[in-house]
Design a protein around this ligand. Structure first.
Ligand code: HMG
Ligand code: MG
Length: 308
């Protein structure tokens, strides 16, 4: 039985824009969040408190958090890799306080080292005080697990390796796990197998899928997850993004494409597709390119837009 309602968390402002080579103005980041909220998104990953030497595009984290509108019912999350990031996040006070933080680890040793400069075991040791401090401060904690199907440095990653990190995250108090196919190599049955491992440790509503669309498999993978009842997914407006530490990885599955599919299946998301498509067109114009979203592009063309 498919879920009747699906929650989409738009990670475009963070996962999408972190990968842009040219600086994106803070006001454009804020306007993107605003447009997503206006389109009905109720979960938005806004920015990261990571080292600006590693990811310069997220250096304006506090300025973005302070400027976004905070309507009731919309939840904002930010990535926090360590206590330095956590302290920086708290330093802004109530004005920059998110609803949720995300610690981000990996199921692959090689990716963990490239992305956060430590082993998987060390990452858990680093996350533990962050998780404790966040929960103490009343913030929800999500854990992202990268390379849950394959790794750009190490090749195939098996479900055992993913389950091990799920277990470690649970042990330190992480409340929700996001299973991430960072380089988009997952296919439906493999993805189901990995999600099922996470479901051994977390309830259905505390597991989500995060699928980059590098090999065009993301929609099929989401469909496969729906088949087993999963109902929470990260998506990225206009298909923005990639990971700076996973060369060649493209953006997450486009929010527009997922909403189009779910609308067609009669599954509710609470998102207004027209407003979402307009938001995707707007940010793509800001970045000077066509939206990666197939549905977004098709609907804009129908309205008379032309793309090269
Ligand atoms: P490090 O160099 O090992 O850190 O980086 P360190 O503790 O040795 O400190 C070195 C310097 O960095 C010090 O400054 C610290 O203050 C500073 P210095 O004394 O040299 O002037 N520093 C920080 N500054 C700001 N914020 C911080 C912070 N921490 C240390 N939080 C670190 C370790 C984790 C910080 C680094 O590797 C890093 O920032 N990595 C982030 C990588 C990243 O953001 N990747 C993209 C997001 S993950 C992703 O996209 C995957 C996901 O979408 C799921 C999927 O698709 O797979 C979530
Ligand atoms: Mg990602």
């Amino acid at each position: 039985m498919f879920p009747r309602h699906v929650t989409l968390l738009d990670v475009g402002p963070r996962d999408g824009l972190q990968n842009e080579k040219q600086p994106v103005a803070t006001e454009h980041k804020v306007a993107l969040v605003q447009r997503l909220q206006a389109a009905g998104l109720r979960e938005i990953e806004v920015t990261s408190y990571v080292s600006p030497k590693w990811v310069p595009q997220m250096a304006d984290n506090a300025a973005v958090m302070a400027a976004i509108p905070r309507p009731p019912g919309v939840r904002h999350s930010v990535l926090v890799p360590n206590m330095i990031g956590f302290e920086a996040m708290l330093a802004g006070g109530a004005a920059t306080r998110p609803d949720e933080i995300v610690v981000f680890g990996a199921a692959s040793e090689a990716f963990s080292r490239r992305n956060i400069n430590c082993s998987i075991e060390e990452s858990i040791t680093r996350f533990a005080p962050v998780v404790a401090a966040a929960r103490e401060a009343g913030l929800k904690v999500r854990g992202a697990i990268s390379c849950a199907v394959g790794c750009p440095y190490q090749g195939e990653v098996g479900p055992d390796a993913v389950e091990q990190v799920v277990r470690l995250m649970k042990d330190i108090g992480v409340q929700h796990v996001g299973i991430a196919d960072t380089i988009g190599v997952g296919t439906p049955r493999k993805v189901q197998a990995v999600i099922e491992r996470a479901l051994k440790h977390y309830p259905m509503h505390e597991v989500s899928g995060h699928f980059h669309d590098t090999y065009g498999q993301a929609l099929a993978n989401i469909y496969a997850c729906l088949e087993i009842g999963l109902h929470t997914f990260d998506t990225s407006v206009a298909g923005l993004g990639g990971c700076p530490y996973a060369k060649g990885a493209t953006g997450n599955v486009a929010t527009e494409d997922v909403v189009f599919m779910l609308n067609g299946m009669g599954i509710d998301t609470g998102i207004d597709l027209d407003a979402l498509v307009a938001a995707g067109g707007w940010i793509s114009d800001v970045l000077g390119r066509a939206p990666v979203s197939r549905a977004g592009k098709a609907l804009l063309v129908k309205q008379g837009r032309e793309f090269a």
